[in-house]
Design a protein around this ligand. Structure first.
Ligand SMILES: [Zn+2]
Length: 89
């Protein structure tokens, strides 16, 4: 089984470009050619599609919480614990 063809590689370190929203290589921080990068319009469209998917998941799986809110929930729990410890002193 072949991996997906990697179209975009860092010109400096030849690693695959993982995030085309970021203007530099995540491995070596070299600047990437502008043609590698998503345009602002493309980024806005991707964000919009992601938002719609999140929305859809909420409606189709009302009992199932989205991972992101779980992470936020854990963070808040952690923050409360830290708050309790703070009150001890
Ligand atoms: Zn690189």
């Amino acid at each position: 089984m072949d991996d997906l063809p990697i179209k975009y590689k860092c010109p400096a370190c030849k690693q695959a470009v993982l995030n085309r929203r970021v203007g530099h290589c995540l491995y070596c921080s070299a600047n990437l050619p502008l043609e590698f990068l998503f345009s602002n319009e493309k980024i806005a469209r991707l964000d919009e599609e992601q938002r719609k998917r999140d929305e859809l998941r909420k409606w189709t799986n009302p009992g199932q919480t989205v991972e992101r809110s779980d992470a936020v929930g854990r963070f808040i729990e952690g923050a409360e614990v830290i708050g309790d410890i703070g009150e001890l002193f």
